[in-house]
Design a protein around this ligand. Structure first.
Ligand code: T46
Length: 144
């Protein structure tokens, strides 16, 4: 199930879960049905418990598409498409955010041993990053 957000190129995706009673919960992300791109890279960010005030991200991508899942704990994802901003609390392992291209994103307020799992549409390419906000604003004006 997917829900549009108020910023462009982003939506919330709720994964199918299988409740196994005392044996736990199984959450499933399938390409096409849940993940709108072929996954070419997986990475995860953790060990944030001693650094609650840390802010990560603060960049946008030109072509990379990603799905962010907080598989433990919680964090806040701030999205900015150059016109609108939205903050989303990620605190459910079965709810992810699709972060498309040209979205300035910041991850913050990491709580309760947060583990942020990211599925990405491509391998790491520093040339795909826009790490300067002024440059981001110029880029989205010229790449509508
Ligand atoms: C993103 C958010 C959600 C690599 O060498 N390979 C990789 O695959 C990644 C992800 C990072 N790195 C290097 C690049 C930097 O020297 O690891 C260092 C830290 O990366 P960065 O400061 O970009 O990390 P975050 O947490 O700010 O951003 C990461 C992803 O880089 C980014 O694409 O959208 O998570």
């Amino acid at each position: 199930m997917s829900t549009d957000l108020s910023v462009k190129n982003a939506r919330l995706i709720k994964l199918q879960t299988v409740l196994d009673g005392f044996d736990g919960i199984l959450s499933i992300a399938e390409i096409q049905r849940d993940i709108p791109f072929e996954v070419r890279r997986v990475y995860y960010i953790y060990n944030l418990i001693k650094h609650k005030d840390v802010m990560r991200g603060k960049h946008a991508h030109k072509k990379l598409e990603q799905m962010l899942f907080c598989v433990n704990g919680s964090c806040v994802i701030e999205l900015d498409d150059g016109e609108n901003k939205q903050e989303i609390l990620l605190n459910s392992p079965n709810v992810g955010i699709y972060v498309g291209t040209k979205l300035w994103h910041t991850m913050k307020n990491f709580q309760n041993n947060c583990i942020l799992l990211v599925l990405a549409s491509d391998v790491y390419k520093e040339s795909d990053y826009i790490r300067d906000y002024e440059e981001f604003v110029k880029y989205i004006k010229t790449h509508a």
